[in-house]
Design a protein around this ligand. Structure first.
Ligand code: ADP
Ligand code: MG
Length: 224
């Protein structure tokens, strides 16, 4: 059984009563331990695919299963619970909570899971130290560089030990060097901790780092 199974996945949006076929009958599987890029031009359906796998949206047709459990049929409550346990997200603009310090941002998902304050802090500090942001944990996002903020975002995405980490255009806002460092860092996490990564990108440098590429065009799978 694959970690993620996507079968005939279709997502159609409607805008001004015109259908927009963001994804058309996409089928693929992601195994545990993969480090895979989803590529394709702007508008090809990358974000839509990640959002569907990440339980942020529901398909029009087809299904997504996570560890054999079909998520496309889950209620919104069930989806939130699944997301909380099994998924980590790293967004393009990080989506850190501006009023929270770095450590509070990292702890937040553990708080949502109902983990005790003491345990939360212990786990969050541990991960921040490992990510070389241990000295910055009491800073708010605006007091950190983009590279540091990105590390906080990665720490937050993996602190709850998700099954899969999804990243959308991770390096789009980073300069070349910081972007390359981030990729090295994610690769190391993939190799050492067996964290499965699926990331959308149209940056050739980031594609080079992938062990596997899934290509989309106009919402259709061209190769995987
Ligand atoms: N919420 C939405 N409402 C209407 N159209 C959307 C929505 N989200 C995405 N789309 C459309 O679906 C297509 C695929 O978008 P997206 O998945 O964001 O592509 P990518 O991430 O590859 O740039 C595009 O044509 C986009 O305009
Ligand atoms: Mg996108």
């Amino acid at each position: 059984m694959s970690l993620v199974e996507v079968k005939n996945l279709t997502k159609t949006f409607t805008e001004d009563s015109e259908p927009i076929h963001a994804l058309s009958s996409v089928s693929l599987a992601i195994d545990e331990g993969e480090f895979t890029a989803v590529t394709g031009p702007s508008g090809s359906g990358k974000t839509t695919l990640l959002n569907l796998i990440g339980c942020l949206d529901q398909p029009t047709e087809g299904r997504v299963s996570l560890e054999g459990e079909e998520i496309s049929k889950c209620s919104p409550q069930k989806l939130s619970a699944l997301r909380l346990r099994k998924i980590g997200f790293i967004f393009q603009d990080y989506n850190l909570i501006p009023a929270f310090t770095a450590i509070e941002n990292v702890e937040y998902v553990l708080w949502l899971q109902g983990i005790s304050a003491e345990e939360r802090r212990k786990r969050a500090v541990e991960i921040c130290e490992r990510f070389n942001i241990g000295k910055l944990i009491h800073r708010r996002p605006y007091q950190m560089s983009r590279g540091q903020q990105q590390r906080v975002a990665v720490a937050r995405a993996i602190v709850h030990k998700p099954k899969i980490v999804l990243g959308d255009e991770l390096t789009a806002n980073l300069d070349h060097k910081t972007g390359a460092e981030l990729m090295e860092f994610l690769k190391e996490l993939n190799q050492k901790e067996k964290i499965t990564f699926l990331y959308a990108t149209h940056d050739p440098e980031m594609m080079k780092q992938a062990k596997r590429m899934i290509s989309l065009k106009d919402g259709r799978l061209i190769s995987s």
